[in-house]
Design a protein around this ligand. Structure first.
Ligand code: FES
Length: 116
């Protein structure tokens, strides 16, 4: 069983929004989508800016600086100019319980390769 960290509660991140967290010294962005909660490294792989300052559209998070779009489910960029996926983290939260916890496994998942 992974060592989960509670970072907040479900109501902290309204549907269709994202929020930045520092988790064990790493910048992490958590997205609340209609498919659930997803966590990514909060650092664009193109030029090292915070993805949490970008726009979430469904499960796609657009970097504000040059417009690369990342799939929050996989960390894989769907568009240029980013070429390299970002880390993802497992998140556990029940969207139907606003007062329930948002828990994150601070150990990142293996980076997915583009195209998977
Ligand atoms: S810094 Fe994100 S697309 Fe360039």
């Amino acid at each position: 069983m992974p060592n989960l960290l509670t970072v907040g509660q479900v109501s902290d991140i309204p549907l269709e929004t994202v929020r930045h967290y520092d988790i064990e010294g790493e910048p992490v962005v958590i997205a609340h989508t209609s498919e659930g909660f997803f966590a990514l490294e909060d650092r664009c792989s193109h030029a090292d800016v915070a993805l949490s300052e970008g726009e979430l559209d469904g499960c796609m998070l657009e970097c504000w600086l040059h417009g690369a779009v990342f799939d929050v489910r996989t960390g894989v960029p769907a568009t240029l100019p980013a070429l390299v996926p970002v880390k993802t983290y497992d998140v556990f939260a029940d969207p139907s319980n606003p007062e329930g916890p948002i828990e994150v496994n601070p150990t990142p998942n293996p980076i997915q390769s583009k195209g998977k």
